[in-house]
Design a protein around this ligand. Structure first.
Ligand code: ME8
Length: 529
């Protein structure tokens, strides 16, 4: 995300309501939330728009509702509510929660259909081919496994032969290739871009964008006068990114467009990196700056999904281990774009080691020493005299750290932050303030404690988007509040804290010892030493 444009529009996928939220959904949403919080912190306060929501139409939802004896709308209301409730409990800082059953969204999709139809990009024909209801995707016979099974999820596909409207996707092949070529960062991680380019180079077929064999979907615009068709769920769903800003209705939020980043999982990269830009080109709208696709959370190597019965409930995990610890773990554990196997043991190790030992103990050490030797009053004026080398080292590490977030490499960003904690811990071990006090070198002891407090201040500010409440507690223990003003002072201008009073607070990350792991529905207990 290297371009530093003023308006920052960040989106998550809109999740299907056939599945209750699991940690895969939480992961995407937490990354998006962290980026939104970061953008607000660095000063874009009123210029951030963060969108999430639910995808409620299509055959898959219609079937799921039917299986439960509910109408699709009743069923969608219930599951959409579960997503919204979870994001509210997780304090996800979204600006809008969109549902594809919202009236204004549906009007916007109809408007888009009309624009594409009127400019000649939509025509009517007959679709003959295979459809995977679970993936809501059409597949040509050549891509099927054993002539029948879906190449994405392995489920049986159904042969479909029905009248359909088509979008002239093939017409956009060269323009898409040009876009990927001219915008090396349009797809993140960059390695994924090549996969998309190869796919497009193999040739694009026109895309069937309406269905007649069921009716839980957006109707075509009245001007087209063809009531038996409903729109293909992916056209409906992708349009959410602009209808949320008022496209086709009251367009007053459209100045947030183009999106700075669409965060998605790699399972839906093709829809976002091929169909979506082609639709936008047809509509004459700008293309998103970045489409960022992360990997999968797996259990024992298999993608976590409800149908496999191996999902981990994010609420259970956050209740057991703390929401912000869980946030830290997810964004620290796996390099963006790669898959990661979820284990509670790994989560506990991160809490005890990174958070407890490296961060929490450091704070406890300076609380203890500043209290014992200086009645909690700290002065930063000796830091540059006695610890200029450490300070410069820390400033140099932090001067480039933002770049990692622009590329959504949250694990690298956090690794860099932790390097500065190691410098702080080492400064105490080598500076030995307790020995300095005995030798009567109070200034030096004070300088070491102040250095550590200043490093902790920087870490707290930069970690704030990941762990909002915990870092605010750290900041208040060292006498300041995290906001854009303190970000500017402490990070941008590298100002020291000056004279301040440390406040004693209870340990932030109590050690999890010999813990009997939480029994989740999919997980047998394992004991952690
Ligand atoms: O695809 N690991 O909705 P969906 C990591 N409605 N992330 C995961 C995951 C896992 N095991 N499982 C799901 C849809 N996700 C469409 C999207 S957007 C216009 C329409 C996350 O409910 C990840 O972000 O199947 C993935 O892309 C998304 O949930 C799929 O959610």
């Amino acid at each position: 995300m290297s371009d530093k444009c003023k308006k920052v529009y960040i989106t998550t996928p809109i999740y299907y309501v056939n599945d209750v939220p699991h940690i895969g959904h939480a992961y995407t949403t937490i990354i998006a939330d962290t980026l939104a919080r970061y953008s607000r912190l660095v000063g874009h306060i009123d210029d951030v728009f963060f969108l999430t929501g639910t995808d409620e139409h299509g055959q898959k939802i219609e079937q799921a509702a039917k299986a439960r004896g509910k109408s699709p709308q009743e069923y969608a209301d219930e599951i959409s509510g579960r997503f919204k409730e979870l994001w509210d409990e997780f304090e996800i800082s979204y600006d809008k929660f969109i549902r594809t059953t919202d009236e204004d969204h549906m009007r916007g999709v109809q408007k888009a259909f009309e624009v594409m139809y009127n400019n000649g990009d939509i025509y009517k024909d007959v679709y003959r081919g295979h459809y995977c209801v679970s993936c809501e995707t059409f597949f040509p016979e050549t891509q099927l496994i054993d002539n029948e099974f879906c190449p994405e999820c392995g489920r049986s596909t159904t042969m479909v032969e029905e009248e359909s409207y088509f979008f002239r996707l093939s017409k956009y092949q060269d323009k898409l290739l040009e876009w990927y070529e001219n915008n090396p960062e349009c797809i993140l991680p960059k390695s994924k871009r090549n996969e998309v380019i190869n796919f497009v180079k193999n040739g694009l077929e026109d895309l069937s964008i309406t269905r007649t064999s069921f009716d839980w979907g957006v109707k075509l615009p009245e001007s087209i006068n063809d009531p038996k068709h409903v729109m293909y769920v992916w056209l409906d769903a992708l349009m959410n990114y602009v209808t949320a800003l008022g496209y086709g209705n009251d367009e007053k939020l459209m100045d947030f467009w183009p999106a700075k980043v669409h965060l998605i999982g790699k399972d839906i990269l093709r829809f976002h990196a091929i169909y979506w830009p082609a639709f936008l080109m047809s509509l004459g709208l700008e293309l998103p700056k970045h489409i960022a696709a992360h990997g999968w959370w797996t259990r024992n190597g298999e993608k976590m999904s409800k149908s496999k019965g191996n999902v981990v409930n994010p609420k259970e995990i956050s209740d057991a281990y703390g929401l912000e610890n869980f946030r830290y773990f997810m964004l620290r554990e796996v390099p963006f774009g790669q898959d990661g196997d979820f284990s509670q043991k790994a989560l506990i190790d991160r809490i005890n080691s990174d958070l407890g030992n490296d961060l929490g103990n450091l704070l406890n050490r300076i609380i203890g020493m500043s209290g014992k030797y200086f009645d909690f009053n700290v002065k930063s004026d000796g830091v540059k005299t006695y610890h200029s080398t450490e300070l410069e080292e820390v400033e140099s590490i932090l001067s480039n750290i933002e770049e990692y977030l622009y590329e959504i490499q949250t694990n690298r960003y956090l690794e860099e932050l932790w390097k500065t904690l190691r410098i702080a811990n080492k400064a105490i071990d080598t500076g030995m303030p307790w020995a300095k006090m005995k030798e009567g070198k109070e200034d030096e002891a004070m300088a070491t404690i102040a250095l550590v407090a200043n490093i902790l201040a920087k870490v707290a500010v930069l970690l704030h988007p990941f762990m909002p409440k915990t870092t605010q507690k750290i900041a208040s223990a060292i006498g300041f509040e995290i906001n854009t003003e303190s970000y500017n002072k402490i990070i941008k201008n590298n100002e020291l804290l000056g004279d301040f009073k440390i406040e004693k607070i209870p340990p932030l990350f109590p050690r999890i010892e010999e813990q009997q792991l939480l029994e989740t529905s999919t997980q047998k207990s394992e004991t952690v030493k």
